[in-house]
Design a protein around this ligand. Structure first.
Ligand SMILES: [Zn+2]
Ligand SMILES: [Zn+2]
Length: 479
């Protein structure tokens, strides 16, 4: 009891809210120390590492790392608007995990790793979107400018001043070091898989650049793992280039997601929604859906189309090919529908843990349903059958895209459903050597002696087995 009392007293001594007037003084003093007061724009550049969020090689592993060969960000605080240009290359050979991004026919890059040469990514942020606002506010000077405008509250905790403000659905908190420089900015954002997810950026190694203090090391973490690690080598305050960064036209309101279906056999349909594919298979008294993809909105569209196609049978199972976020963000909507989730057994404890995270920022269907996801793990193989219709689920053993990758075979149609081990690349020259994910997919088809005619890709397209064999460097299909 005595210990508890001392602990309570100690807490009250180190943490006390600062009065509103004092907060203004704290923010103004930090803005002066940082040179933020007269800062209209800034451009900073450097090198480092970028990590592909949501594309880990296995559950709970760090996001896959790529080398940054060029990094330039320009922020115009009078816009406000931000432009980030990042050029990345592979560091892993062979690559392990996802993160190639979508296939870009103009550059012939993306879709599958390894990335060929250098890949450029440009991101524009404005205050018109939630994520854009946060990106600008989480820059060291942007944080102080936003704190001054949003009724911030300053607190003293463990000898460190923190400044916190809430705007819309987000609370942003910055920590100042003993020289009044911003050393950390953090917030929570909504993520379809992880729920209310921490995003934190740490700033260190401050140097003076023409009267403006700027960090020479920036480390950003999202969902508990690094997403960016930068060494800043050049900073230009109030330069013409950064001032040129302007807000774009307002984004067109996103059309609501609709799902369309195409029959691939008797009692089997390919469902397209938001450019991603799911497959519906009809059994005697229930239905099975393969893949939910990225979020609630898409899953709701797919579920609506399923109910339209087969109104009188419940969906019993959803098969999830792997835990990458573009494949697992839509799982929760099916769980809310009372559907049992089938995934590789290595994902079961992970999904059970992260699907319990609060989703308070943007409550989704599962959060509102008060249900828990029911998850069943597959080790190597599982067959769903009612005696007439059969669906075979296999672990794609040894595939470096994801350690728990599953593929699904429909024996009646001779169709194999796969995610991310092969991407059609129309118009692009073939890889100099067959990509390891595709070679492995083909080896698994051969190992299992599956009689495959067509391969349906979750990210779009259907190819003959001969096309996949050719991409894997084999001229003859199966056996
Ligand atoms: Zn993937
Ligand atoms: Zn994918």
């Amino acid at each position: 009891m005595k210990k508890l009392l001392i602990a309570a007293l100690a807490t009250t001594c180190v943490s006390r809210p600062v009065l509103a007037q004092e907060t203004k003084t704290v923010v103004a003093a930090a803005a002066r120390a940082m040179g933020a007061t007269s800062l209209e724009s800034i451009q900073y550049s450097g090198t480092g590492s970028v990590f592909m969020f949501g594309q880990a090689a296995r559950p709970d592993a760090p996001w896959p790392r790529f080398k940054i060969v060029k990094y330039v960000t320009a922020v115009n605080y009078s816009g406000p608007a931000l432009r980030e240009e990042l050029v990345r290359t592979e560091v892993e050979s062979p690559p392990h995990g996802g993160g190639a991004g979508g296939f870009n026919p103009a550059t012939g890059q993306g879709g599958m790793r390894p990335l060929l040469g250098e890949q450029t990514q440009i991101r524009q942020a404005t205050t018109r979107t939630d994520s854009g606002r946060l990106q600008i506010w989480m820059t060291p000077h942007g944080f102080l400018k936003a704190a001054a405008l949003n009724n911030a509250i300053a607190t003293m905790a463990s000898g460190r001043k923190t400044v916190s403000f809430t705007a819309g659905k987000h609370t942003v908190t910055g920590t100042l070091n003993d020289q009044n420089l911003v050393e950390r900015v953090e917030t929570l954002v909504d993520n379809p898989v992880l729920g209310d997810m921490p995003v934190e950026v740490t700033y260190s190694g401050y140097k003076d650049f023409a009267g403006v203090k700027f960090p020479t090391r920036i480390v950003q973490r999202e969902g508990g793992h690094p997403t960016l690690d930068l060494t800043i080598t050049a900073v230009q305050p109030n330069g013409a280039a950064a001032l040129e960064v302007r807000e774009n036209a307002p984004p067109a309101t996103a059309p609501s997601v609709r799902s369309e279906s195409q029959k691939i056999g008797d009692g089997a349909w390919d469902l397209t929604a938001a450019g991603l594919h799911s497959v519906l298979v009809e059994f005697n008294d229930h239905l099975v859906v393969i893949e939910a993809s990225n979020n609630d909105e898409r899953s709701n569209a797919v579920i609506a189309e399923v109910k339209r196609l087969v109104p009188n049978k419940p969906i019993r199972y959803l098969v999830n090919t792997h835990a990458h976020f573009d494949h697992s963000g839509g799982v929760r909507a099916f769980a809310a529908e009372g559907v049992t989730i089938i995934t590789h057994e290595m994902n079961k404890p992970y999904f059970e843990k992260v699907y319990r995270n609060p989703h308070r920022i943007n409550p989704d269907r599962l959060e509102l349903s008060n249900k828990s996801a029911v998850i069943e793990g597959v080790a190597d193989k599982r067959v769903l059958t009612d005696g007439t219709r059969t669906v075979e689920i296999y672990h794609v053993r040894g595939n470096l895209h994801n350690d728990g990758l599953l593929m699904v075979y429909l024996p009646k149609e001779k169709v194999l459903i796969q995610a991310d081990a092969f991407h059609p690349r129309p118009g692009a020259p073939p890889y100099p050597t067959p990509p390891p994910f595709t070679v492995n997919l083909f080896e698994n088809i051969q190992r299992l002696k599956l009689d495959v005619a067509q391969v349906l890709h979750i990210h779009g397209g259907t190819d003959s087995i001969a096309t996949v064999a050719k991409a894997a460097g084999r001229q003859t299909p199966t056996q």
